[in-house]
Design a protein around this ligand. Structure first.
Ligand code: CTP
Length: 401
């Protein structure tokens, strides 16, 4: 996948290295990319909007409003971009980014961006080595951003050391490499994939619930992988610590099984593939106490009623959707999984046995077997990201039949 036709958003902050951005813009435009530039107010001390807009062939924005009274939507700018590059990224802008100090257009746009973010820091050597900068760069990396390290050499202050912004050529090569390595085949292009994930919580009273240990990892890995393959993903998740920031993934957070069912059926007619990886609570308290249940008697008896079976309902209402279920079993694993395939009118079921070490919903790994009505395939213990690939490869192979 080349850079040609890609949408690149460059955010310039106020450092002397800003002058080098002219070369970067020219390089991207030459290669056929669309370049939109935004700047912090301080960046205007170093480069002019006119020189930048002449090279990028687009207006340059520094504020939420233009002089002619039009609003520069940071959300639109952010969602437009395939990648965002903050270069040069000063210590101040870096700190605002990682701490969410949203006081200018660059930070507001950054915080609205769902695309990969690249950061090319530029500052004096002592600032670059300061523990606060080190910590902020670490934080940026923990958000999934790519830091293009500063280079060593003579700095604007006259000092010599690390702090110079990476050369435009280095930044350009990093972006080229990114697009080339994301050349994943768009095998699910045009498909809508709905995934349920995580646990459901069934309220007992205002402060308590019945739930389970599902982390939601398997469902989130599936969502990420389906998105990489070009699908539009609707991810419906119960309460979990997992997050996802991906242009193609629409995340809907719900709490209870009933809410999950309602959300699934908002989209059901429009989807091509449904994957139910959620660990839905099978029962919910019959009554939800309005006030906190007080400790009185020696025993407390709770009356539970059956929750809707979301996947079974999907199976009953199936018209064209390809349905994938999960079965988490502790005994008679294969028979139980095949039973669920039939009972829920599925096309495919993924079995994980709690008897296999490393499998199940609390781990980062999983060991699965896949069944259709006619096939069976067994896989090794793998990371959930790798398992997501195996599952989607299998789905794609079935769709081609
Ligand atoms: N499932 C669902 N709604 C439920 C229960 C389960 O959508 N109320 C889905 C799960 O997401 C999974 C599949 O059905 O894809 C099987 O879930 P599992 O808990 O293994 O089976 P159950 O049908 O709940 O049966 P049992 O608990 O008796 O094994």
């Amino acid at each position: 996948m080349s850079i040609s036709g890609k949408k690149i958003l460059i955010a310039i902050s106020g450092g002397i290295a800003a002058y080098k951005i002219h070369f970067l813009i020219r390089d991207f435009v030459k290669k056929g990319a669309e370049v939109q530039v935004i700047m912090t107010p301080d960046a205007e001390q170093f480069v002019t909007k006119l020189s930048i807009s002449t090279l990028s062939k687009k207006p340059v924005y520094t504020d939420f409003y233009s002089d002619n009274g039009t609003w520069n939507s940071h959300v639109e700018l952010a969602l437009w971009a395939d990648v965002m590059i903050v270069a040069p990224c000063t210590a101040n802008t870096l700190s605002k980014m990682v701490h969410g100090m949203c006081d200018n257009l660059v930070i507001a746009t950054y915080m609205s961006a769902k695309c990969p973010v690249f950061i090319a820091p530029a500052m004096d050597l002592d600032m670059y080595m300061h523990p606060s900068t080190r910590k902020n760069l670490e934080m940026a990396e923990s958000f999934g951003h790519v830091v293009i390290p500063a280079e060593s050499g003579e700095l604007a202050s006259g000092l010599i050391g690390q702090g110079r912004m990476a050369e435009p050529e280095t930044i350009s090569n990093t972006i080229d490499h990114f697009f080339n390595s994301h050349q994943e085949a768009q095998t699910l292009q045009g498909k809508v994939v709905l995934i349920t994930a995580g646990p459901t919580y069934e309220a007992l009273d205002p402060v308590r619930f019945i739930g389970n240990h599902s982390s939601g990892k398997m469902g989130f890995s599936l969502a990420e992988e389906a998105s990489k393959r070009g699908a539009k993903v609707i991810l419906i998740s119960g309460p979990t610590a997992q997050t996802i920031n991906d242009k193609n993934v629409e995340l809907h957070k719900i709490t209870s099984a009933k809410e999950m069912l309602a959300k699934v059926f908002e989209f059901y007619d429009t989807i091509d593939i449904g994957i139910a990886s959620a660990a839905v609570a099978d029962y919910a308290p019959k009554e939800v106490a309005k006030e906190k249940i007080k400790k009185n008697d020696e025993n407390l008896t709770l009356e539970l009623v059956k929750n809707p079976d979301i996947l079974k309902t999907m199976g009953e209402k199936k018209t064209h959707q390809f349905l994938v279920g999960f079965a988490l079993e502790t005994q008679n694993e294969e028979d139980n999984a095949k039973g669920k395939l039939e009972k829920k009118n599925l096309d495919m079921i993924v079995l994980n046995s709690l008897r296999d070490e490393g499998a199940g919903f609390k781990n980062d790994t999983n060991k699965i077997k896949i069944f259709t009505r006619t096939e069976k395939k067994e896989f090794d213990l793998k990371s959930k990201d790798e398992v997501a690939k195996d599952i989607l490869n299998f789905v794609e192979a079935q769709l081609l039949k």
